[in-house]
Design a protein around this ligand. Structure first.
Ligand code: CP
Ligand code: NVA
Length: 307
């Protein structure tokens, strides 16, 4: 297996490859939107999708995308194969790759996706781990290209928990130049090593701050995510206290300025990390982002399958 045929972290690829995948996404999106169904590169292929956590967007966009391009996707929910519990991850990997041309997985521990990739002889795509969410950030980048015209040179301000979404932004910032700011409460900063790595790459300006108001000034994008991720839901009440002041509301968007778009990977807790008013405003592009999961991932699947 060629190592880089997995899609596990954005920075496993160089800038040109990432931008090429995004270009492809634009082309295949136009084709699909036109109603043309003649492009069937995945005909005769199957993909196993392993979900240890819940999902709407990831599950439906991968299954729909693979089907639209001629393939067949198999959903395996948390109770189906119980990876790591009923069977070791390395055994799951070695069995599933004998039936399927492609594996996609959403897991808790990042090590699980690394193990799947290590033991599977077919490409593995990361559909979110506790550490990162590369398919989401590809869809976000595509959405920015569509709305702003480019990713390079923009200012993206993430407000909230320094979580898996932030890590993927940082990994993207280590290969594509833009200004990335994460405004989070003290103690909820992103992984230090990842921040360091992104800074050392010397490609983008990276700032980590505890002051959202100062952070959002002049932003092209204000980005938010839940304060308690999957696996942390029992901390939700405590986090609501700690994250007070990090809600994206109209006054924060006003500070950001009139050119700022609001983005959120969804699902959103309205009235918690973002107000209803902000998510429903004309400059909110959260549903365009959600739609682009389909198109970005189609291009990722085409890339890893060499199509
Ligand atoms: N944004 C995202 O990954 O959504 P799901 O959890 O619904 O897949
Ligand atoms: N940070 C969130 C993202 C959901 C798409 C989580 O991991 O639950």
């Amino acid at each position: 297996k060629i190592e880089l045929k997995d899609f596990l972290h954005i920075n496993d690829f160089d800038k040109d490859t990432i931008l090429r995948i995004l270009d492809r996404a634009i082309d295949v999106k136009a084709l699909i939107k036109s109603g043309d169904r003649s492009f069937q590169p995945f005909k005769g292929k199957t993909m196993a999708m392993i979900f240890a956590k819940p999902s709407m967007r990831t599950r439906v966009s991968f299954e729909t995308g693979f089907t639209l391009l001629g393939g067949h996707a198999i959903y395996l929910g948390p109770d189906d194969i119980q990876m790591g519990k009923r069977e070791e991850t390395r055994d799951v990997a070695r069995v599933l790759c004998r039936y399927n041309d492609l594996l996609m997985a959403r897991v808790f521990a990042h090590q699980d996706i690394l193990d799947l990739a290590k033991y599977a002889t077919v490409p593995v795509i990361n559909g979110l781990t506790d550490y990162n969410h590369p398919c989401q950030i590809m869809a976000d980048a595509l959405t920015m290209i569509e709305h702003i015209g480019q990713l390079e040179g923009t200012k993206v301000v993430y407000v909230g928990d320094g979580n898996n979404i932030v890590h993927s932004w940082l990994l993207l910032a280590s290969i594509v130049p833009f200004h990335f700011v994460c405004a989070c409460p003290k103690g909820f900063e992103p992984d230090e090593k990842t921040v360091e790595k992104a800074r050392q790459a010397g490609i983008s300006k990276i700032e980590i701050t505890n002051d959202p108001k100062e952070a959002v000034r002049g932003a092209d994008v204000v980005y938010s995510d839940v304060w308690a991720s999957m696996g942390q839901k029992e901390e939700a009440a405590y986090r609501r206290q700690v994250f007070k002041g990090f809600q994206v509301d109209k006054s924060l968007m006003d500070i950001a300025g009139s050119k700022a778009f609001f983005m959120h990977c969804l699902p959103a807790e309205r009235g918690v990390e973002v107000t209803d008013e902000v998510i429903e405003a004309p400059n909110s592009i959260v549903f365009q982002q959600a739609e682009n999961r389909l198109h970005a991932q189609n291009a990722i699947m085409l890339h890893v399958l060499g199509k």
